[in-house]
Design a protein around this ligand. Sequence first.
Ligand code: AGP
Length: 372
Amino acid sequence: SAAEKCGYASFMLKEIAEQPKAVADTLLGRIDGSGTLSLDEVRIPPGVLREVDKVVVVACGTAFHAGLIAKYAIEHWTRIPCEVELASEFRYRDPILDQQTLVVAISQSGETMDTLMALRHAREQGARVLAICNTNGSTIPRESDAVLYTHAGPEVAVASTKAFLTQLVACYLVALYLGQVRGTKYGDEIGDVVRDLSGISGAVERVLGTMDPVRELARSLAHKNTVLFLGRHVGHPVALEGALKLKELAYMHAEGFAAGELKHGPIALIEEDLPVVVVVPSPRGRSVLHDKIVSNIQEIRARGARTIVIAEEGDEAVVPYADHLVRIPVTPTLLQPLVATVPLQVFACELATARGNEVDQPRNLAKSVTVE
Ligand code: AGP
């Protein structure tokens, strides 16, 4: 009903707006004043976590994209190898699992059948399963060894927004916690990241306050047939998520690519005035990555692409090649998806609305997919 939407035209718009709170709520009570993580919910004993020699993340759709980002955080902060797999593929390839494998199953609803079957398979092989879930008491957490709940509140719109951001927060917490328990050499960095995480809700809020030009741009592109999304590093899953949002809401052909992969094929798709969204990593720290993406932007623009560039405040190198520039706050590289995804959600929602689509209930889709 209109009342439940609190004045927003759709649940999706309401849920996009709720993201700063969802992120803050998911962090609440999990980090103490000294920057130590206390995840009592993770009832897997520290001794067992210290023995883990492989992490496998299983999930579907948007939750899978959160898993792809989790891999960067887990491997960097814990040095434990991490695989990410679509839950629907997982058990059919006879994956290698044992008691030292930690399986992380990510699901907003906790009822996704593909993810449930994947975790059942993992437990049968002796692996420990940690669920990251938004729905209290749902099947996936009930069947897991432990659960870290995301505190997004109920997500009604079929397209996942606030649940995704909170899944990212939960993934960072799991990665940092594993690092803490195992005492990795990234100890100092973990302290910094914990501090940065506490400012992230405010950063998401700032992004939301600057979305008018993104909405205007989305409306102007409503007649297009295709939009491409490019990213590198954690920006690659962000690009995949931007494309998924546009597919499910606007019913458009949308694809996400790793920017470095362009020259191996997809660059042939570039034609005059094709909109291409590029998620640009921070120029600080990993400047090699930044330089490479700037040249990717140059290459596609030289072939006629209309470039829509999502870049950090103060990143001047991208300015000459951006037909449209969307600024996001300065954030540590691994946390950037929390701010970079927001403009892509707003873009898809507005573009779909301009095409006359019902954003809360896209055709052919269900909020939770309870069949395999
Ligand atoms: C996201 O916008 C989708 N509607 C969909 O991909 C979803 O993320 C996927 O079905 C997984 O759902 P779950 O998180 O409830 O398991």
